[in-house]
Design a protein around this ligand. Sequence first.
Ligand code: WT7
Length: 664
Amino acid sequence: MATEERLTSGEELDDQLAQLLRVESFDPPAHFKEHALLSDPAIYEQAAADPEAWWAKQAAMLDWDTPFEQVLDDSKPPFYKWFLGGRLNVSHNCLDRHVAAGRGERIAYHWLGEDGSEREITYADLLAEVERFASALKDLGVRKGDVVGIYLPMIPEVVVAMLACARIGAPHNVVFGGFSAEAVRERMEFSDAKLLITVDAAARKGKVAPVKERVDEVMGDLASLQRIVVVRSKGVPCEMKAGRDVYYDEVLAAADPKCPAEPMDSEDPLYILYTSGSTAKPKGILHTTGGYLTGVAATHRYAFDLKADEDVYWCAADVGWVTGHSYIVYGPLANGATSVMWEGAPDYPNKGIWWEIVERYKVSILYCAPTAIRACIKWGAEWPNGHDLSSLRLLGSVGEPINPKAWLWYHKVIGHERCPIVDTWWQTETGAIMITPLPGVTRTKPGSATNPFPGVVADVVDESTGESIEQGQGLLVLKRPWPSMLRTLYKEEERYVNAYFNRFGPETYVVGDAARRDADGYIWVIGRIDDVVNVSGHRLSTAEVESAIVAHPDVAEAAVIGQHDEDTGQAIVAFVTLQGDLEGDEREQESIRDTVAERIGKLARPKRIIWTDDLPKTRSGKIMRRLLRDIAEGRELGDVTTLRDPEVTAKLEARIGELRAAEE
Ligand code: WT7
């Protein structure tokens, strides 16, 4: 599109989007289809006819030390095993084999620091540092099967740490840098981590926030944690506990530069990643080796149409989430891709930084979350319009439903109507993308993740009978095992069965989302049906936030819900009863928010806190969150006869009415 035709004023843009809104679907652009890895819809039938053969073919693209003998063992559902008898190492597949094939000089990551500093890391560089750090971990006493915690910001060392663990068979447990030290401690305790890799301090929009110091405040009494490795990233002095703490650069310098990759059983654990569930205790999602790598490599290749020797790929997520594990680290590296890694936020040093990065590195594939797109809409099209985005050829979305307006803005303002959009639905548990368009095959509809990836069987079913709903709304389920599926919840096998397979038996994985299927069979994911809230694509548990709020000394009781929010998708709303005669005011609200930030992280702070004398409860004393959700959204309340005290809801409705009036 010529520059002069580009959108300028907000009004013009709204007009153009309104016009586009009338277009219901978009075919893959002819030029894209022509060069796409997959362009024939027959791929779906081929995979469906023999899913095991399809996945075996994907697995065969990896480098196996010992080839697998059996593709799938489904004799004990819901405990599935993939690629039995096979042995391989993930770090070997991500590094050594590319270097051995003469691709050592290819850039694995263009890393850009918040202060503008750059590091170009080749596959050979990455391999050398991973080997050294893997040796160092061994020197520090880490053995195969030992859990290693990682609490690092978006710096190259986080990738090194993950791959070094994979190289020696030590499952990593990465905690998102935005979580509090308290949350890290808890996750280290649940997983019995032996060693933690962290950092002196992290960049936060021009400031430097201490990290090691915070870790020290909470980690002291955790006996299982024997060692802490500290990356010196920002030059902030740290207190080092003798016998426990060591500097990353020092152990690296002392380590053997060679550390051969340990061949692992296909079903050996690769990592644990804690995510929020329906109760306050997070779930330790366990992923294994062969199936996981097969799933992330295949989906990364085909959903993004990756051409490793031409593309510059950028997944603008944080490595601390599963999106980062699968699509910043393992998928792209397994495929030998060149990626961008950005240390900072989307609005610092200015709101055009993302587009500056796209222009600077000639990014061709961009993968981000709808919440970021909505923020960009708010900031205005002049930011992206100020940069050359002509390198882009494919756009991806992940983490939450993308509203059609955001989809169309992404399509028009970022993709210049030239780039297909892949709206990818998946979860921490699924390990890899499950529902997505194939960009050279699928006609897309703004707001729909479209169809399951080849080899995946998804269905929308009636919530009570479990029968397929051909057209209409129901529960989203996955009906066949897939290679990258979680194998269990770490140390909580029973919870694994109960959380996902209780409703329709051990062969139907219940996702926890509601979805709608349209007349063309397209799937539209609506959102969570459990007590999980999605704030800016970040998954949080209402129970976890509640338990953080009641930890505040002034609080007697709390109930937390997710409320629809224009910017963040959902926002956290807390109904709080204070102790005795305490009166709620703004200071008290801030103090409660601080408590939540300390226990979980800033991202979990409630946007709204609503004071109440009582909460709607059933006669058995269970808080009726459904009613709170209806009250917050201003919906009809329906049946309130099971309430212990029906008066409570009337009072709350009046209170919300007052707050609304005050906000307007
Ligand atoms: C939940 C999983 C997938 C990596 C990031 C989130 C929601 C995710 C989509 C999408 C609609 C989506 C679902 C899902 N979700 N992607 N494309 N459309 N909803 O992983 O933290 O495990 O959260 O995110 O509700 O269940 P997660």
